[in-house]
Design a protein around this ligand. Structure first.
Ligand code: COA
Length: 161
């Protein structure tokens, strides 16, 4: 059976931790759709087109990975793309409560859709996009946390290009 997974998130910006999860998912599933949320509760630094474009660039080597932007309910977006599995990354116990709630809500909304959790390699466990943005804004070195192209975009955004 062909299984398609959707990996949703804000990806503002994509980090090496996200890419680690995408690489694992690409090995597990026939098709992986990385779904960039347009309207989340956060005010993003990069607009959705930029976030999609950056993700496309950094995942170009994975043949079975597609990037989309979405602005509707995740479960509806999943239906649209005939998805079987929602994929989320779990970095630490602190992620669990929110993820448990999200998975529960999504199951109520679409009982046939399973949520699956993957953990990133341990060197990525502490990475978060907001920390990356703060470090970049304060002129710190983010080169070991994000791909080069993302680092360049961050530098440009904070006007130090
Ligand atoms: N490596 C590094 N960082 C990671 C990571 C990994 N493997 N996995 C998650 N993160 C970080 C992200 O960078 C982000 O950090 P930040 O908060 O500092 O920006 C944080 O973990 C969580 O972000 P993310 O995984 O992108 O999730 P989110 O909480 O921003 O996204 C949606 C939530 C988009 C999935 C959810 O709001 C959604 O489904 N929205 C659509 C509308 C909908 O259906 N709503 C009802 C849901 S019940």
């Amino acid at each position: 059976m062909e299984i398609t997974a959707i990996y949703p998130g804000t990806f503002d910006p994509v980090t090496n931790g996200h890419i680690d999860i995408i690489a694992r998912a690409a090995r597990l599933y026939s098709k992986v759709i990385v779904a960039v949320a347009v309207s989340s509760n956060k005010v993003p630094l990069f607009d959705v087109e930029q976030r999609v474009k950056l993700l496309e660039e950094v995942t170009v080597k994975f043949d079975n990975v597609t990037i989309i932007g979405f602005d509707n309910l995740l479960v509806d977006c999943a239906k649209q793309y005939n998805v079987n599995v929602i994929l989320r990354g779990l970095r630490a116990i602190s992620d669990f409560e929110y993820e448990f709630q999200l998975a529960g809500m999504n199951r109520r909304l679409s009982p046939d859709l399973e949520t699956v959790f993957l953990t990133p390699a341990e060197q990525y466990e502490f990475i978060s996009s907001s920390m990356i943005k703060e470090i970049a804004r304060l002129d710190g070195d983010v080169s070991s946390f994000v791909p080069k192209v993302v680092q360049e975009h961050l530098i440009e955004k904070f006007n130090r290009g």
